[in-house]
Ligand binder design. Structure first.
Ligand code: GZL
Length: 330
């Protein structure tokens, strides 16, 4: 009898050891830094290979990262500006891997082409947080994504056109950087929810910049008569919207006679609503710094984090734009 009991206890002990070895519970996204589980911000070397400085949104995003790094007193922020070139971002990530950064927070300019460098970071044991726009790489190649639901932003824009063009009509689209998660998501969301009686008659990229949107709008005006051939414009960010307004006014067109819906909710976008040029501005929040650093510290300490963190956003309208403008943080 005693012998059987001893055998049973041994079997149970072995079984419980095997279960633990197989990781019965949720696994941390990474094993953590050498200071884990007691890392503090003073141990953190965070790499932020920023994609560019193309818009007010991007300027605010950069400021949020730099100000948060300063406020938290991290050991080092390795910041670079890729001037909207993916090859520059990839080189910057590789430099951070060489430098032994604790965490890489990558705001990808486009969705594709990241698998190789993400694999290099993973093999070097450096967790990557994808910030803002998304990537098409396999989710196992990065620790988390934090940013906006770009498809929802497009769907919200569609809802505004459906409301403001109840009898249908035609719209133009001034889209963001080709192949970027923001432009792809907004375009898909618009098309998914636009009423069938509203047609998108043309779409061109303005690369998220005011300077590149102006000639695109001028070219549109060569081809289409405002108010006749088109009644509205979906513009993927406020900076391009301001460029488009410049072209419309120079052509003697009152932008307020059209249904213009933009995205971001920057001060420039709010001013365009106060001026009567934008009929709605879909929020896209760039102030991601605090969440990025909080997530990075958890990764350094080997803690489990959510793989997808989407920011809560809304739509802004002209009726209270003047009241809100002085309160805007970006
Ligand atoms: C969206 C962001 C976009 C903004 C633009 O999250 O990536 O890039 O909408 C910015 O203003 O240039």
């Amino acid at each position: 009898m005693k012998k059987n009991l001893l055998v049973l206890i041994s079997v149970l002990m072995v079984a419980s050891m095997l279960l633990t070895a197989c990781g019965g519970g949720a696994k941390p996204a990474s094993e953590g830094a050498s200071c884990a589980p007691n890392c503090t911000y003073k141990d953190m070397v965070l790499c932020y290979p920023q994609l560019g400085a193309e818009s007010d949104w991007r300027t605010a995003n950069t400021a949020s990262i730099k100000e948060t790094a300063e406020k938290l007193g991290i050991k080092q922020l390795i910041f670079s500006d890729a001037q909207q070139k993916q090859e520059n971002q990839i080189s910057a990530v590789r430099a951070c891997i060489q430098q032994g950064a604790s965490v890489i927070a990558l705001p990808p300019v486009v969705e594709d082409g990241w698998d190789a460098v993400l694999t290099e970071a993973k093999n070097a044991g450096i967790p990557v947080i994808i910030v803002d726009r998304s990537v098409s790489a396999d989710a196992s190649l990065y620790a988390a994504h934090i940013g906006s639901n770009m498809e929802l932003e497009g769907e919200r824009a569609a809802a505004e056109f459906n409301k403001l063009l109840p009898n249908g009509g035609a719209i133009l689209e001034l889209s963001g950087t080709t192949g970027s998660g923001a432009a792809v998501g907004r375009a898909n969301g618009l098309r998914a929810k636009l009423n069938a009686n509203i047609k998108i008659i043309d779409s061109q990229t303005g690369n998220f910049t005011r300077a590149e949107a102006l000639p695109v709008m001028q070219a549109f005006l060569q081809k289409y008569k405002p108010g006749v051939d088109f009644q509205g414009i979906f513009i993927h960010n406020d900076d391009m919207g301001i460029g488009a307004i410049e072209a419309l006014k120079a052509a003697g067109v009152n932008p307020g006679d059209l249904v213009i819906v933009s995205v971001d909710g920057t001060r420039g976008g709010f001013q365009a609503m106060v001026d009567g040029w934008f009929q709605a501005d879909v929020e896209c929040n760039p102030l991601l710094g605090p969440q990025v650093f909080e997530m990075a510290l958890k990764l350094m300490n080997g803690q489990t984090i959510d793989h997808e963190v989407l920011t809560d956003e809304t739509v802004y309208y002209p009726d209270n734009a003047a009241d809100l403008l002085p309160t805007r943080k970006y």
